[in-house]
Design a binder for this molecule. Structure first.
Ligand SMILES: [Zn+2]
Length: 393
C-alpha cells in the first residue's frame, strides 16, 4: 500500500514538474513553425516575441531581453525602491514588479503588445478564482479584465484574441458554520475574449472527486486536454480503491466538437505534449499495471496517424520542450538531446543534468542551478554544448 501511495505522489510530482514550460540571433527553430497559438502547461514564466518574463524568489517580475541579452526588473515607476507591499500600501508606492506569485512562478502571456497575468483572488474565499490582469508590457495601467473560476491556473492557450483556460473548482461544504472545500470538483473549459473580458463556459460542467482538467497542448485547430479524477473519494489511504481515471479529449476550436482521443494507450499515460508545426510529440509515463513494475520506464514518442512512434524508452522522465526533448535511454549512460526538426539524437555535453531545472523560453532555457541557486538564460544549443549563459536576477 505504501508503495502505491509513493507511486501516486510521484505522479503528482511529475505532473507539476512536467509543467515544468533564438539561435545566434536568427529566429528559433520553433518560431519558423509558429501556428498562431500560444500554449502554456505548468510554465512558470512567460515567453514573448522579444524576451522572457520570470520572477525572482521574492516575487519581483523581471524581463530578459533576447536582443540586448540583459535582464531588468519590470517596473518603471520613478524613484521606486522595488520593495514588497501589501493591501495597506498606498497605490503610488506599490512597486509595479511585485506580484503575488502562484507556486513561485508567473503565469500569463503576451498578446498584441499587452502583458496578461493570472493572479489568484485571495479575498473572496466563497468563490475561488484567478483574475486575468491586463497591463502595458512594463506593468503600467493594470486592470482586471476577467475572473476564471478555480484554484490554480495551470494551463491555457491563446489564439486570435481569445484565451482558452480550464477551471477546477472544489465544491464548498458547510460544517458547523465553517465553510471548507470538499474533494468534489467541478471542471470546465472557458473562453475569454480579451477585448471585452467576457468569459463563457464551452462545455458542460464535469463533476468528479479530485478532478483535474488541463490543456496539455494545442495545434492551430484543436486543444488537447487531459482529465483525471477519482471514482471514489480518496481518504489518504485508499488509493487503490479510488480507481483513478485518466482520459484525453480534443476540442475543435472551429466547430466546438469535443470528443475523446488517445484511446489505446496500452498502459501508458500521456503526460506532456509538444506541438511542433503539424507534428505532435509526447512524453509517456506508466499507468496502472505498468506503474507497479519494479523497473519503471518512460518514453518520448511522436503521435502520428493515431499511433505512438517511440523515439526512446527512458529510465527517467524525459524533459520535453517546445522544439526538443532531453532524455536518457533505458540502459544508456548519457543524456541525449533530440531536436524535433532534424530528429537525430546527439549526446548532451552537460554533466549532472539533475542539478538543473530548465524552463522553456523560446530558443533559450531559463536555467536554475540547484547547487548554488544561481539563475541564467542560455541559448538551447549553447546549453547542450555545456556553455554558460547570461546571469540573471
Ligand atoms: Zn518598483
Amino acid at each position: 500500500m505504501k508503495k502505491r501511495i509513493g507511486v501516486f505522489l510521484c505522479f503528482i510530482m511529475l505532473f507539476w514538474i512536467a509543467g515544468c514550460t533564438g539561435d545566434t540571433d536568427k529566429p528559433s527553430k520553433r518560431e519558423k513553425l509558429d501556428n498562431g497559438i500560444y500554449t502554456s502547461y505548468g510554465a512558470m514564466g512567460i515567453e514573448s516575441p522579444t524576451g522572457f518574463y520570470h520572477v525572482d524568489s521574492e516575487g519581483f517580475l523581471y524581463f530578459f531581453d533576447y536582443g540586448v541579452k540583459q535582464d531588468a526588473i519590470v517596473c518603471t515607476k520613478p524613484n521606486c525602491k522595488h520593495e514588497s507591499w501589501d493591501e495597506n500600501t498606498l497605490d503610488e508606492e506599490k512597486c509595479a514588479a511585485y506580484i503575488k506569485t502562484n507556486l513561485g512562478g508567473v503565469t500569463g502571456f503576451v498578446w498584441d503588445e499587452k502583458l496578461y497575468l493570472f493572479q489568484r483572488d485571495d479575498e473572496n474565499i466563497e468563490e475561488p478564482g484567478n483574475f486575468l490582469i491586463e497591463s502595458e508590457l512594463n506593468r503600467g495601467e493594470q486592470k482586471k479584465i476577467a475572473k476564471v473560476p478555480g484554484m490554480v491556473i495551470y494551463s491555457f492557450a491563446v489564439k486570435d484574441g481569445k484565451v482558452y483556460v480550464t477551471g477546477n473548482k472544489a465544491e464548498l461544504k458547510k460544517e458547523n458554520g465553517v465553510t471548507t472545500q470538499s474533494s468534489m470538483t467541478v471542471s470546465d473549459l472557458y473562453e475569454i475574449e480579451l477585448d471585452s473580458g467576457e468569459i463563457r463556459p464551452l462545455l458542460q460542467e464535469q463533476k468528479h472527486y479530485n478532478g483535474s482538467f488541463e490543456i496539455l497542448g494545442a495545434d492551430s485547430q484543436k486543444l488537447y486536454l487531459i482529465y483525471s479524477w477519482f471514482e471514489k473519494e480518496f481518504d489518504g489511504t485508499n488509493y487503490e480503491e479510488t480507481n483513478r481515471q485518466v482520459h484525453y479529449y480534443e476540442y475543435d476550436l472551429k466547430t466546438g466538437e469535443y470528443k475523446e482521443t488517445f484511446m489505446n494507450l496500452d498502459g501508458w499515460q500521456v503526460d506532456k505534449i509538444s506541438v511542433y508545426g503539424d507534428r505532435i510529440f509526447v512524453v509517456l509515463s506508466p499507468q496502472g499495471q505498468r506503474g507497479t513494475e519494479e523497473n519503471l520506464s518512460y518514453a518520448a514518442a511522436e503521435y502520428k496517424d493515431g499511433v505512438f512512434e517511440k523515439i526512446a524508452d527512458c529510465q527517467e522522465f524525459p524533459r520535453m520542450f517546445s522544439d526538443c526533448v532531453i532524455y536518457k535511454e533505458k540502459g544508456g549512460e548519457d543524456f541525449q538531446y533530440f531536436w524535433f526538426e532534424d530528429r537525430k539524437p546527439k549526446k548532451l555535453k552537460v554533466k549532472n543534468l539533475d542539478e538543473y531545472y530548465l524552463m522553456d523560453a523560446g530558443g533559450w532555457f531559463y536555467v536554475e542551478q540547484n547547487s548554488d541557486m544561481s539563475y541564467e538564460m542560455v541559448k538551447k544549443e549553447d546549453f547542450f554544448e555545456g556553455k554558460d549563459g547570461v546571469k540573471i536576477h
